[in-house]
Design a protein around this ligand. Structure first.
Ligand code: ZN
Length: 445
């Protein structure tokens, strides 16, 4: 049987699995998995395991903490070949104030073609879509020339070390692959579906300016740390931040987005110019092509009539792939020197991660296969970057450089009240997952 015939069978079977897919997602949402007291992360992994058992797919659970178990299942093909990994996290963020919700955050309610609840879109729907894709491939005995692996992990939202990092460090042989897909939600609504080929690196720093205390009635007797900080921040916000060329240039992004919206690049550019800085798209384009800075906190001083001797701010820089995190503190020190503040100035790195991306993604076998498959089945799809961090960065750093982020649902709904995932999108993503695996690994016709 040819690849096309196999694909038709797989698509049909996924359609027939709609109820099973919805039930799995909804049941996963019903297990609160945001704190370590309740064992929700372990229970969720067990639920995925029981689903795999129905299809006689062997799986293993690896305990990284009393309340966290990471699941690995592999479907061996008829021949040895490439290995494709799907990664999804099973933990969620807390529901927040229940007053903001119109549904039970852990009810898993199904209505209006959606599954509602905390974690539905981020990312139990994505986990359900990768699990059911594996089950369909197994159920139909698709003769794959390679191996499909799924790794369901905990501890992503806390950016902890007990999920993907733990798997990389402890069971690398089980999850090692030639390429991987992190099934986080990458739908956008207006811009179609995005396929993220990289993500920026967050660099958090604490900057302190020092001064000398004095009585507030004679301010010139002291050195004011707050006014020093104000001078520093004003100069900082006025500077071009150090950056490197982005993996996706602005023109390329504009061209792709204009294509999805059915307009010329020039028309979109003039729309952007008219709406100026308030435009959502402008903000996203800036974030994807440059280093950004958010001044997150500021504190200093004790009382109005004392000249303050210390002021602190916390800054969140997001750097592009290819830029060294060290460029940020070096830049800050140089600026302080230029302002004559070098002796009253400290920089402490709170945390620093490099940005990462798929090298030469336009020729990458997985990225291009997934892009084509998504365009066929899910509609307009564009290459994009994530401004936020996902476990994809860990897999790229561990050696699976061909790691992309792509999954069902609108990412903007993540961490919100009344979070939901579209059932239609889950079905489509299940098909995209299965067909991408078949096309990437090849089948024995
Ligand atoms: Zn997520």
């Amino acid at each position: 049987m040819s690849l096309i015939d196999w694909e038709q069978r797989v698509i049909k079977r996924v359609d027939a699995c709609k109820d099973e897919l919805v039930k799995l997602c909804s049941n996963l949402v019903r297990i609160p998995s945001y704190d370590r007291e309740t064992r929700g992360e372990a229970e969720s992994a067990h639920l995925v395991g029981r689903h795999l058992e129905q299809y006689k797919i062997p799986y293993e659970l690896f305990k990284s903490h009393p309340s966290i178990e990471n699941l690995v299942a592999a479907l061996e093909g008829v021949k040895e070949g490439r290995r494709l990994l799907f990664n999804g996290h099973i933990d969620v963020v807390p529901p927040g104030s229940l007053d903001d919700w119109t549904v039970d955050p852990f009810g898993g309610e199904v209505k209006e073609g959606r599954v509602y609840g905390r974690g539905s879109v981020d990312m139990k729907g994505g986990v359900a879509a990768m699990t059911v894709a594996l089950c369909v491939l197994k159920n139909l005995d698709v003769p794959l020339k390679g191996t499909v692996i799924i790794n369901v992990v905990g501890d992503e939202e806390r950016q902890g070390d007990l999920g993907t990092t733990w798997c990389i460090n402890n069971i690398w042989e089980k999850i090692r692959a030639d390429a991987s897909i992190v099934s986080e939600p990458t739908g956008t609504g207006t811009m179609g579906r995005t396929l993220c080929i990289g993500e920026k690196g967050p660099i958090w720093v604490k900057v302190t300016t020092k001064g000398r205390k004095a009585h507030g009635s004679v301010p010139l007797m002291g050195e004011n740390a707050i006014t020093r900080m104000l001078r520093f921040l004003a100069a900082l916000l006025d500077q071009e931040l150090p950056t490197v060329p982005p993996p996706l240039e602005r023109e390329v992004l504009i061209q792709q987005i204009a294509g999805v919206m059915g307009m010329e690049s020039a028309a979109l550019e003039s729309l952007l110019a008219k709406n100026g800085r308030l435009n959502f798209l402008h903000a996203v384009l800036e974030a994807l092509t440059k280093t950004t800075l958010n001044v997150g906190t500021i504190s200093g001083g004790v009382v109005a009539n004392v000249v303050p001797d210390q002021c602190e701010v916390e800054l969140d820089f997001r750097i592009l792939p290819g830029q060294s995190p060290q460029t940020i503190p070096a830049f800050l020190h140089e600026l302080a020197r230029d302002l004559g503040l070098a002796n009253a100035f400290e920089v402490e790195i709170i945390s620093a991660f490099e940005g990462t991306s798929v090298p030469n993604f336009e020729a990458d076998s997985l990225a291009t296969t997934l892009l084509t498959t998504s365009r066929e089945l899910a509609g307009p799809t564009i290459f994009f970057m994530a401004t936020f961090a996902t476990d994809g960065r860990l897999l790229r750093k561990a050696g699976i450089s061909s790691t992309v982020v792509y999954g069902p649902g609108n990412g903007a709904l993540a961490h919100q009240a009344d979070e939901y995932i579209s059932i239609e999108e889950m079905i489509t993503a299940t098909k995209v997952n299965a067909l991408t695996a078949m096309r990437y690994l090849g089948i024995d016709e």
